[in-house]
Design a protein around this ligand. Structure first.
Ligand code: AMP
Ligand code: ZN
Length: 448
């Protein structure tokens, strides 16, 4: 096998990872833009997390877990966060900074819980932007000193005209960008496309000291500074959703290359396609905004994960209840066939599919063909074990049967036939169903 190839947004070709200049199989490095933490993550946000977790697992399999470094940041400085913090601060009469800390920590914790339930491994590092402000300030100072950026009116701006190849990732010229983008025209900008590296904070807004006064970093510089601190100037793979190509990733490239004497930020840029829900774009106003947290109340995490991976990561995806039901049925069938295996052998065709630009639909097709032994190993690489599937199987039990058993047990209890009612409770327990008797009757849940 010639090693994995991935579609590179920068070259518009499937590039061989191991053929990249400077590739070191002893230290394979990837960075994925993480969440802005002020609200529950939705199922669209779950797509890059799951996709790049499969990539992380594949790289660990190919090069060894100790040789892969994966960074996924937490954006905890942001104007949407500040707006939410200001509301909370006003309502509870507390400091805005205290509210910001509270909301970002609670949301980050929730996010970690949600994506763990989706079978995602913790990345090697999950840096918070607030812990890297010093590095951001230093990088901005370098950009100013080298003529890529200028200070004006308490702001520092990146001057796009100073970077000759600005637009190389998005493949747009400055004129096209100007025509297509909603740019903030501001009197302190030399060019409308110049973007903010640093902006001033008033007394009520979270801020940090800097050579340009008290302020806060722009979003793009956060990723450039955290990536440099944890992965070095150049690393192997940078990932995120397709919506981040422009301006976020274009600007990350401009800043990092500007501050690092032109050395490339990442060799391969990977972007997942967008996810719609039942054929429509997700939005709060349409009322079809589905959070991971809500979905996990109705579906096992591995069903969500499997459903996500049935579509190739670069394709647009339609998230439907019908698709989820199909995914669940497939997993149940496989579960019934698979034996837990301590040291699984991975099918070559399965691995080859993942090495071909993370072709999970093809890998899953191979699993349909594979024998139980290969199947178990393959599932490990896709991110769930058949131990987890066993739980899924329990949840998939016929709920009508459970309701009948509960009714029979209640009837036995009413007739004071406690031997029979205990027998029914134990029969349910043996199938992993725990009964709870409360004032409103008997409910059940799956034993964890
Ligand atoms: P955000 O918190 O909005 O910056 O998004 C976090 C990640 O989720 C980014 O990589 C986005 O590209 C990605 N993302 C957001 N919405 C969707 C969607 N509907 N489909 C796929 N990816 C998305
Ligand atoms: Zn980023």
């Amino acid at each position: 096998m010639s090693g994995p190839r991935f579609f590179n947004t920068l070259t518009k070709a499937k590039d061989a990872l191991e053929a990249q200049p400077g590739f070191d199989r002893a230290r394979v490095r990837m960075y994925v833009c993480g969440p802005t933490v002020y609200d529950f993550a939705h199922i669209g946000n779950a797509r890059p997390v799951i996709v790049f977790d499969v990539l992380f697992r594949l790289l660990r399999h190919l090069y060894g877990p100790a040789h892969v470094v994966y960074v996924r940041n937490i954006t905890d400085i942001d104007d949407k966060i500040n707006a939410r913090a200001a509301e909370i601060a006003a309502a509870r009469n507390i400091d805005v900074e205290a509210a910001r800390v509270e909301i970002t920590q609670a949301t980050a914790r929730q996010y970690l819980e949600d994506v763990t339930a989706l079978g995602c491994l913790p990345p090697t590092h999950t840096p918070r932007a607030t812990d890297y402000v010093r590095e951001m300030v230093a990088m901005i100072a370098t950009l100013v000193a080298d003529g890529f950026a200028y200070a004006a009116d308490g702001h520092v701006l990146f001057e796009v005209a100073r970077k000759a190849d600005y637009g190389k990732l998005a493949r747009r010229s400055l004129d096209e960008m100007l025509a297509g983008a909603r740019v903030d025209v501001a009197p302190y900008k030399r060019n409308a496309m110049d973007f903010v590296l640093w902006k001033p904070s008033d007394d009520k807004t979270p801020g940090w000291d800097s050579p340009w006064g008290r302020g806060r970093p722009g979003w793009h510089i956060e990723c450039s500074a955290m990536a440099a601190a944890l992965l070095g100037e150049t690393f192997d793979i940078h990932g995120g959703g397709i919506d981040l190509v422009f301006p976020h990733h274009e600007n990350e490239i401009a800043q990092s290359e500007g501050a690092h004497h032109g050395y490339a930020l990442a060799r391969i840029w990977m972007h997942n396609g967008f996810l719609n829900v039942e054929g429509e774009k997700m939005s709060k106003s349409l009322g079809n905004f589905v959070t991971i947290n809500e979905l996990l109340k109705d579906w096992p995490g591995e069903v969500l994960r499997f459903n996500m991976l049935r579509t190739h990561y670069r394709q647009p995806m339609d998230w439907t209840v019908a698709g989820m039901n199909e995914s669940w049925k497939t997993l149940e069938k496989w579960y019934a066939a698979a034996e837990p295996i301590a040291d699984p052998r991975i099918g070559d065709a399965f691995l080859a599919a993942l090495c071909d630009d993370l072709n999970t639909p093809q890998a899953i097709a191979e699993l349909h063909k594979a024998d139980a032994r290969e199947l178990a190993g393959g599932l490990g690489l896709l991110g769930f074990s058949n131990v987890q599937l066993r739980i899924a199987q329990k949840v998939a039990l016929d709920t009508a049967w459970i309701a009948d058993a509960i009714a029979a047990r209640n009837a036995a209890r009413k007739a004071r036939d406690f031997k029979e009612s205990d027998r029914l409770r134990d029969e349910l327990l043996a199938k992993g169903i725990v009964l709870k008797d409360g004032p409103d009757g008997t409910t059940w849940e799956v034993k964890r």
